[in-house]
Every structure is written in C-alpha cells, then in structure tokens.
Design a binder for this molecule. Structure first.
Ligand code: AKG
Length: 307
C-alpha cells in the first residue's frame, strides 16, 4: 500500500516536521507471503525489518485493547465522556505509571506475545527454539511527542546481538495518532559506527554525575537516542523514514540494529502498542530483561568505567 502522501503533508516526529518527498518518506514494504527462512533472512538483511499486515487475528489484538483501556480508565487517564475502547486521553493527564501497570496479570497479552503465531514465526525465522524477553514495553503515547530515533541494541546488547523486536499496534493507528517509523536500511548504514557498540547503562565514573548514577538518583548519562532530530539523521544517512496506517493485527519485526522511532501524536487519543524481544534460546541473553522479575534499568544494571 502506498501512502497518499500529499494528503498527509504535516507529519512530525520528535517535534520536527518530516520531509514528505518520495526520497525521504515512504510506506513499509509488505512481507506477506514470505515464509521460507532464507528469504525472510535476506529481506531482514536488506531492509532491516519485516512487515506483516493482518498477521494476527484482529479479535486477539482487540481483546488486549479492551483490557488495557479498562485499566487506563481505572488509572484516570481517559476522558470520562468517551468510550474506553476509543482511548481518548483526559486532557492534561500526566501519566506516572510504567508499562507494568498494563502488562502484569494480562493473560490476553501474554498469550499473544509468548505463544501461538509469534512464537511459531520466530522458531521458523531463527531456525531453533526462540526465547522471549519477559519484559515487554507497553507504549501509551499520549498526544504530543513520539519516540526519538534509536536502535534497541544499545538497551539490550549484553547477550546475543541477534535480537529482534516485534512491534504490535494495539488497535488501528492512523498516521495522526503516530505509529512506528523505521529508517530504511539503517542497520547497515550504522554498522561501522560506535553507536551500535554503546550501552545506555554504562556510565563514566570520572564524570561529575557519576555518584548520582551509582545511587539511582539519576537514571543515565546518555539516554540511547542516536539523534534528537529525525530529519537531520535521515539526511545524514541518506535513507527514507517508513511507516504505515496500522491496523489491529499488523506486526512489524525489526533487527536490534535498525534505527526506529515514532511519529508524534497529533490526535486526542492515546496511541497503544507493545514491543517485545526475541532471540535464539541457545544464545546468551541480556539479564536486564529476562526472568520473572527483570531488573530492567535499575541501579544493579549500571556498569561504571573511566572514560
Ligand atoms: O512505539 C514507539 O514509539 C517506539 C517503539 C520502540 O522504540 C521499539 O519498539 O523498540
């Protein structure tokens, strides 16, 4: 599907107006029908992502949306005069909850991410039993800024480097509500840069804020973004930002080296999506994100070194 770009000329990411010219912006290439592992691997190598429209049963996804929007209602995040399923944000609401508020005790979500079609896909794609990271990121992107460009490896590269993210829209996401964007081919363009070797939980012990990091008073010296400016980054790498009008059931899978971010949310609704990581079970894993109580990004995850 080609986006009707002229009708949607004003799209922002991280507060920057995106360049909508054909060489700068486009829609995902569908991977529907590609199922032989070698073909999936070469598509991933070429583009840095796979896009499967209607991969999941729409009802499976909408069941997750029902449960999550009921929780958002209970958390006071929704406009009281709207239906929960619409996910219309209460104007001025400042979220203080983390993904766990929506991922814990959520069997519909667990079933979708950790069993069935997604797990079968990774068994085929990776060529062996897959393992998923128990920590998954449930995104509630309120009206305003989306996610700045980054690659996942800088957050989760302490085990296998052969990790893949599955990004799933929890409901339909029109462009104004701001879904995932991928910088086409960026995994290869960044291959030789130091960015992909960095780790957000490493810190310089000889910097003035080192004690604050070690004590947990401050979260990080660097937050993992490859750039604050998606427009300049695109120009620099000579690649296109790609996205689509997501429908419930669509799935995007991308490599841990692929740069991605998201469109800003210029609607009144909360954008709901979830992203989860998969790798071969036989490879080492990053202990920050696995097990029944992942340590995530707390103080114990920090590693100091002299810079
Ligand atoms: O959904 C988003 O805004 C960002 C997603 C993301 O960063 C990821 O899937 O790794």
């Amino acid at each position: 599907m080609q986006l009707e770009l002229t009708e949607r000329a004003n799209l922002f990411s991280a507060g920057y107006l995106l360049d909508m010219k054909a060489e700068a912006f486009g829609s995902f290439r569908s991977s529907q029908g590609v199922d032989v592992p070698s073909k999936l691997a070469s598509r991933m190598e070429e583009d840095g992502y796979l896009f499967f429209p209607n991969f999941l049963d729409r009802e499976v996804v909408l069941n997750v949306r029902r449960l999550v929007t009921d929780r958002l209602r209970a958390l006071g995040a929704l406009d009281p005069d709207s239906l929960s399923l619409e996910a219309k944000a209460l104007p001025g609401f400042v979220p203080t909850f983390g993904p766990e508020a929506l991922t814990s005790n959520n069997p519909a979500l667990d079933q979708m991410l950790h069993a069935g079609k997604v797990i079968d896909f990774f068994g085929n794609f990776l060529g062996g039993p897959p393992r998923y990271f128990e920590y998954s990121w449930f995104r509630t992107i309120f009206p305003g800024r989306g996610t700045r460009p980054h690659s996942d490896i800088v957050y989760m590269g302490r085990g296998s480097r052969n990790i893949f993210t599955t990004w799933i829209p929890i409901g339909d996401i029109p462009l104004q509500t701001g879904g995932l964007m991928i910088l086409e081919g960026s995994h290869r363009k960044l291959e030789l840069t130091s960015y992909l070797q960095r780790d957000v939980d490493e810190y310089c012990t000889n910097y003035p804020d080192a004690e604050d990091i070690a004590s947990g008073k401050k979260s990080w010296q660097w937050d993992g973004a490859v750039s604050n400016d998606p427009v300049a980054l695109r120009q620099q790498l000579g690649a296109r930002w790609l996205t689509t009008e997501f429908k419930a059931g669509d799935v995007v899978i991308f490599s841990a080296q692929t740069v991605h971010g998201s469109l800003d949310n210029s609607s009144e609704k909360i954008r709901l999506s979830v992203d989860c990581r998969y790798q071969l079970a036989s490879e080492p894993f990053d202990e920050r994100w696995v097990g029944p109580n992942p340590i995530a990004r707390g103080v114990v995850a920090k590693r100091g070194r002299i810079c």
